[in-house]
Design a protein around this ligand. Structure first.
Ligand code: GLN
Length: 198
C-alpha cells in the first residue's frame, strides 16, 4: 500500500506537489476536511498565503484536527507559507494568524523584501551531496532562530531556509517547482523508512 500523503488544499497550488509525491511512489490526497485529514499518513502544507490558509483552517474546522495530528507526531512538510504555518513563532504575521508549533523555529514572513520578491538559488543541502538543489523562492520567509532539536539542512547567505525536526520538514522555497524529487523523497524516506541516516 503506498503511503497516503495529504495535500492541504484550502488555498495555494498543490498540483505540482501531487505530481512529485506520486513520482516518489506515494498516494497524494487533497485535504479540505477534518475527515480527510484524519485518513492520511502525512501532510504537505503548500505555498500560498499563510494568513489566508490560517483563516481557512479555522473556518473549515480543520485547525483543531491539524493541531492534534501534529502534536501526535504526524509527518509534515511545509513549503513557504506551509513553513510559516508549522513554525513555533512567526514574525511580521497578522495578529490573528495562527501557526501550529510543529517545529521549533522562528520565521519571518516576506523576509527577502520587494527587491527580490522572487529569485532562484542553488543550495547545498546536507544529506544531498551529489549536486546542489535548485530552489525557487517566491515572497519567501526565512528562519531567524532555531531550537536545539532542529537540524538546519540548507542556508542562503548564512540564513536557514531548509530545516528538519524529527519528521517535520520546512522549506522557505518551493521544491515542487523543479523536477528534482530529492526533497520529497528525503521527507518520505525520513518519515516512512528507507532513510539514509545522516
Ligand atoms: N509570503 C507568503 C506568506 O506570508 C508566502 C509566500 C509563498 O508561499 N510563496 O504566506
Amino acid at each position: 500500500m503506498p503511503v497516503k500523503v495529504g495535500l492541504l488544499a484550502l488555498q495555494g497550488a498543490v498540483g505540482r506537489h501531487a505530481e512529485a509525491l506520486a513520482a516518489c511512489g506515494a498516494a497524494p490526497v487533497e485535504v479540505r476536511t477534518a475527515d480527510q485529514l484524519a485518513a492520511v499518513d502525512a501532510l504537505v502544507l503548500p505555498g500560498g498565503e499563510s494568513t489566508t490558509i490560517s483563516m481557512l483552517l479555522e473556518s473549515s474546522g480543520l485547525a483543531e484536527t491539524l493541531a492534534a495530528r501534529l502534536a501526535d507526531g504526524m509527518p509534515a512538510f511545509g513549503t513557504c507559507a506551509g513553513m510559516i504555518l508549522l513554525a513555533g513563532t512567526v514574525l511580521d504575521g497578522r495578529p490573528d494568524q495562527r501557526s501550529f508549533d510543529a517545529i521549533d523555529v522562528t520565521v519571518q514572513r516576506n523576509a527577502f523584501g520587494r527587491q527580490v520578491d522572487s529569485f532562484e538559488a542553488d543550495l547545498d543541502v546536507a544529506g544531498l551531496d551529489d549536486e546542489p538543489f535548485h530552489a525557487v523562492f517566491i515572497r519567501a520567509p526565512v528562519v531567524t532562530a532555531v531550537g536545539d532539536g532542529v537540524a538546519v539542512l540548507a542556508r542562503i547567505d548564512g540564513r536557514p531556509v531548509l530545516c528538519r525536526q524529527g519528521v517535520v520538514f520546512v522549506s522557505a522555497f518551493h521544491p515542487e517547482l523543479t523536477p528534482d524529487l530529492r526533497l520529497h523523497r528525503l521527507f518520505l524516506d525520513t518519515a516512512f523508512g528507507n532513510a539514509k541516516e545522516n
